[in-house]
Structures are given as C-alpha cells and as structure tokens.
Design a protein around this ligand. Structure first.
Ligand code: G3H
Length: 195
C-alpha cells in the first residue's frame, strides 16, 4: 500500500527564540535532525525505493532535506510555506499579545478562522493546500518536509479529521510520520529522532 511521509523542518533559530514565521536557519539541534533524517527515512521505508521530496521555499525545510540521498528528487512548493502571520511575522506570542491584544484574543476564540492582519488563517491554508492534496492523492512515495501549521492541515486531512480541528493536531519537531491510507482508515507510524 502507498504511504506518505511527513516531517517538520528541524528546530530553527526562531523556534529557539519563540518567534513565529520568518525565514531563519536551523539551530544546532535542527542540523542534527537534518543529519539523522536520511536514516530515519530508510528505516521507515524498509526497502531501497527512492522517495520524492517536497519542501517549502523556506530555508529551514530545504536545509532539513539536504542530506537525503541524491537519488531522491526534490521539489519546492510555495504552497507548502508556513501560515503567513502578516504583521505578526517574526514576533513572539508575548509580543503579539502586547502589540495586538484584540487579535490575540480573537485567535484564541476561533483559531481555525482567525486571519492574521495581512496574513492567513488555518482556513486559508487548507484552501491553498488543495492542489497539493490532489497531487498527493495521485502520487506515490512522497516525503513532505514543511511547517507546523501546514502539516497539521495535511495530517488532519489524511486522518479524516474535520478541517476545523487542524489547529490542534499534534505534530512535534524531530519526528517522522508515516501515513498509510487503508480501507478502514489511515494507519499511522511515528519515528522519533530522539534529539
Ligand atoms: O505560525 C505557525 C506555527 O507553526 C503554528 O503555530 O498556529 O499554534 O500558533 P500556532
């Protein structure tokens, strides 16, 4: 049966600072994950078939995928870039709460529909992912290396959750997720890089 592999980028410098968005490089731990990812993937694939790797256009996903075997084709999709946090890009949640208290509250009240000023909501991300999902449905052996909000939406889709539950899916750092759609539902395996 065909599977789909999902991973977030390794920890970034922004993750360390608690900042959202941006286009930061990987932290030292994030680099360790990038180096470990090829073995994690080989372990979960179980044979020598090459995967096709889809990343976003941001440095931290491309960098995370860079040690994968050269036999794996890599493709960058703008549609896989992180949820655009608009005027809140590069801020910490504490800074957002201080500078945009009403927005902070509005997002807390309805995280799925809340759209950052000049940016996106989870709902917007679900919509822009439609072409990606369609392409995924007719492809085989795809590994997606992307961002937390984006992965939550893709994960919710394949786990047959309601789209509105996307913001609460648990997609941790440094974990490879293998999803295998089956007649009775999607089978899930997680590989923790233990970094
Ligand atoms: O801004 C993007 C983050 O990866 C998602 O975090 O939606 O829980 O704030 P959040």
């Amino acid at each position: 049966p065909r599977s789909i592999w999902l991973s977030r980028h390794g920890e970034s410098e922004f993750n360390l600072d608690g900042k959202i968005g941006g286009d930061a490089d990987l932290s030292a731990r994030g680099q360790m994950y990038a180096r470990k990812l090829p073995d994690l993937v080989l372990e979960s694939v179980g044979d020598s078939r090459p995967l096709t790797v889809w990343t976003s256009t941001l440095k931290r996903t491309i960098s995370t995928a860079r040690f994968l075997p050269p036999t794996y084709n890599q493709l960058q999709w703008k549609a896989l870039d992180e949820l655009d946090s608009g005027v809140c890009d590069c801020l910490t949640y504490a800074e957002i709460k201080e500078q945009f208290p009403e927005d902070f509250q509005a997002r807390d009240d309805d995280k799925y529909n809340y759209r950052y000023r000049g940016g996106e909501s989870y709902r917007d991300v679900v919509i822009r992912l439609e072409p990606i999902i369609m392409e995924l449905e007719r492809s085989e052996n795809i590994l997606i290396v992307t961002h937390q909000a984006v992965l939550r939406c893709i994960y919710a889709y394949f786990m047959q959750k309601s789209q509105t539950e996307s913001p609460w899916m648990n997609v941790p750092l440094h974990t490879l997720i293998k999803l295998t759609p089956r007649a009775y539902g999607t089978q899930e395996e997680r590989y923790d890089a233990k970094i």
